[in-house]
Design a protein around this ligand. Structure first.
Ligand code: ATP
Ligand code: MG
Length: 373
């Protein structure tokens, strides 16, 4: 074949299946970077996805079909992500061996590190690096991923039910890291002894990851997320979940220093105060949970003494004044993680992605992962 490609090099599609939305992003390489060529998001019927797992595959298939009708995505092969209690990621240390040897050894070694039966799991691994101990033992560091077979099966059923083909399955938090920071060392380098944390808040799940020199070295999921905040408002004000969602979005948290918030038309001062109080209570629990995770991570590593900065992202990160609360509560710099900062957006995708900018992170990262195959 000749070398002329007219810039129409291959593209990849990322599909992000969530509690409230399914999202699609299509990307292609362009020049030194990437271009987002198509984007879309549609609602998922209530209950079809819960705690990051597909409960009703047929309902998810229909939502995906609608997504394909309503967005300008072209193609059938997708990369998707999973993030729930039945996906385990562990960084482990093993005696050094060659890749091929590790391939079979991991089947026997894995059980020591994962809480699910290895027979019920699909295993994957990535070699991070090797080192010598002070006793001259040659060791290696391996990122082990175990996913429950049945859970993955439901994902495959939902995707194939929509007439699509599953190209690869990724861990959602790896996709989030990829979208915000790129991959490999050298991107957004941390100072000596420092690391970056990423907090991605969606409806049912918060992903917490810590990245050292471009490598995700820790991740945790929490069920304290956007829905928790809404439910707290619904309980305190005795309103429906839908009304609580609206109040959460229009009122949000007060100013962290003054405790005051703007008065929203149509919301009484008493309601505003109750929304502030219930959100503050939940956000304090949320901060305590994040702090526990980050402290745990810091006890596990000798290299890193401090979390230098936090990238806050996901739809739920739009909660008014949240970043100021996190910054104060976690004593770290909090930046908003914008997935479009690192890529071009074609005019064909502009309007759709602007309408869901903070929600687009995972789908974009999954698509970027698909390009690397
Ligand atoms: N402006 C806003 N302020 C506060 N919260 C918001 C705002 N916009 C959206 N959210 C919240 O974001 C959450 C929806 O996030 P998203 O659509 O990313 O969830 P999902 O990906 O479908 O779910 P999951 O991945 O957790 O299964 C809801 O809790 C919603 O209330
Ligand atoms: Mg999500």
């Amino acid at each position: 074949m000749g070398s002329l490609s007219f810039g129409s090099s291959q593209s990849a599609i990322g599909l992000d299946i969530g509690t409230e939305h399914v999202r699609v992003a299509q990307v292609k390489p362009s020049g030194a970077g990437f271009t987002l060529t198509a984007y879309g998001h549609v609602d998922v019927p209530m209950g079809a996805v819960a705690d990051g797992e597909i409960i009703d595959a047929a309902a998810v298939s229909s939502a995906i079909k609608e997504l394909w009708r309503r967005s300008n995505v072209r193609g059938k092969e997708v990369s998707t992500g999973v993030s729930n209690q039945r996906v385990i990621v562990r960084l482990i240390d093993l005696p050094f061996m060659e890749r091929g040897e590790l391939q079979s050894a991991i089947q026997y070694q894995a059980q020591d590190y994962i809480p699910m039966a290895v027979e019920d799991s699909i295993l994957d691994f990535q070699i991070i690096g090797d080192y010598m101990t002070s006793n001259d033992e040659h060791m290696m560091e391996v990122l082990l991923v175990a996913a429950h077979r049945e859970m993955i099966g439901n994902t495959v059923t939902a995707i194939e039910g929509a007439g699509l083909k599953l190209g690869q399955i990724d861990v959602s938090s790896f996709a989030i890291v990829r979208a915000l920071m790129g991959e490999g060392p050298g991107v957004l380098p941390d100072d000596e002894g420092q690391a970056t944390a990423i907090i991605h808040i969606s409806a049912g799940i918060t992903n917490i990851a810590v990245v050292e020199r471009g490598i995700p070295r820790f991740n945790r999921i929490s069920s304290l997320a956007g829905s928790t905040f809404s439910q707290a408002i619904a309980n305190a004000l005795n309103v429906s979940f839908e009304e609580a969602e609206q109040l959460k979005i229009v009122v949000g948290l007060p100013d962290v220093e003054t405790g005051e918030g703007e008065q929203t038309p149509g919301v009484s001062p008493e309601q505003t105060q109750m929304v502030h109080q219930s959100l503050e209570r939940e956000v304090n629990k949320f901060i305590a949970e994040v702090r526990r995770s980050l402290d745990y991570y810091l006890t596990q590593t000798s290299q890193v003494r401090n979390i230098q900065r936090i990238l806050l992202t996901g739809s739920g990160a739009q909660l008014r004044n949240l970043s100021a609360y996190l910054s104060k509560g976690l004593q770290a710099q909090v930046l908003i993680g914008d997935p479009l900062e690192r890529m071009q957006v074609a005019s064909s995708a502009q309007a759709a992605v602007n309408a869901d900018r903070m929600g687009s992170v995972t789908a974009i990262g999954l698509a970027l992962g698909g390009l690397q195959k």
